[in-house]
Design a protein around this ligand. Structure first.
Ligand code: FES
Length: 332
């Protein structure tokens, strides 16, 4: 099915060879879905892999292939920031300025790069090498502040290291991401991968590094499964094996209020989360049988008796015992 032509400029203008190649690739994309229209997102990446952005011809091509109107295709293409509406540089340099990266130096990195490159957000250097962007969280907060080059990770950056990175990119040098693929490819090549045509590099390099797995390792230690193997190995048990109501284990790593800033991640796997040792609370909590309601927030618990709904009042209407109220907060 082909969209109704609405004007003389309603057809994609590609040379015969390019059009044949695009059409063959589009057919592969559409064949992946019960409804060909579902292939629009990868098809937009496909036209970016040819034009370097979602051109007017690219929009027309997608509309023709999918039986959509140009307006429908444009509505999708303008919604997602990964689709570029003007020619993109060879490298998209994205600086994460979301909350954690921002406070860890992301804002400073963006300002440095903007000055160093002479461009602002979503602008491209005169040599066409780099398009600078602010990007939202890339789920790499444990490596903040993060810079991405064509969606490859460059972790723990500084304004100086990021500026040096862009210098190398502009000189045409090979640069290696901190994790993942062993090199950075061009924006067009990356777009073809995102269209669903693998370049064979998906399994290159490390993905989840030590900081990413630190919480899992501590959770296992706290649950007594220390030494069960490399947490990154496929056969290793997942963190979900940690019993949510496991009693505190004095003497286990992560339970003692270790000064390590990450120790809370371990103790958070059980009811001992956030408690200091030596207060007697561990023993008290361990003796509380499960399913008593202590695991629920006060808002979720049904009142034991009339009057219990009122904070600070006992079931009998007298002055409340402060202990249950304190425990409720601890358990929330
Ligand atoms: S805030 Fe930057 S990767 Fe999450």
């Amino acid at each position: 099915m082909t969209a109704e032509p609405t004007s003389a400029r309603s057809q994609a203008r590609y040379d015969a060879e390019t059009l044949a190649s695009l059409t063959a690739d589009a057919a592969q994309i559409m064949a992946r879905y019960p409804d060909p229209r579902s292939g629009l997102l990868p098809m937009l990446h496909l036209v970016q892999s040819v034009d370097g952005y979602v051109s007017r011809d690219g929009i027309m091509f997608c509309a023709e292939q999918l039986g959509m109107t140009a307006a429908e295709v444009s509505a999708v293409a303008t919604f997602y920031t990964q689709y570029k509406r003007h020619p993109n540089g060879t490298y998209t340099v994205g600086v994460c300025t979301n909350t954690l990266c921002a406070v860890m130096g992301g804002d400073a990195i963006f300002e440095e790069l903007s000055e160093h490159l002479g461009v602002g957000h979503d602008e491209t250097t005169e040599d066409g090498a780099i398009t600078l962007e602010r990007v939202e969280c890339n789920a790499a907060c444990d490596y903040a502040p993060v810079v991405m080059v064509n969606w490859e990770f460059f972790d723990n950056q500084t304004p100086e290291s990021a500026a040096a990175l862009t210098d190398r990119l502009r000189l045409g040098e090979d640069v290696a991401p901190t994790r993942g693929a062993s090199s950075v490819c061009s924006f067009k090549r990356m777009s073809r991968v995102l269209a669903g045509f693998p370049d064979g590099r998906a399994d290159e390099g490390e993905t989840a590094g030590a900081p990413t797995l630190a919480g899992l390792r501590l959770a296992r230690a706290a649950s007594g499964s220390v030494g069960e193997g490399d947490p990154s190995s496929p056969g290793a048990p997942s963190a979900s094996v940690v019993p949510p109501s496991a009693p505190a284990r004095p003497g286990q790593p992560g339970d003692e209020g270790s000064p390590s800033p990450t120790s809370g991640a371990a103790s958070a796997s059980g009811p001992a989360a956030g408690r200091a040792p030596g207060t007697g609370e561990e023993q008290q909590e361990a003796e509380v049988p499960p399913e008593t309601g202590a695991e629920r927030s006060s808002a979720e618990r049904k009142p034991a008796a009339t009057g219990d709904e009122s904070p600070g009042r006992s079931p009998s209407g007298g002055k409340a015992d402060p202990e249950p109220e304190r425990k409720g907060r601890d358990d929330d």
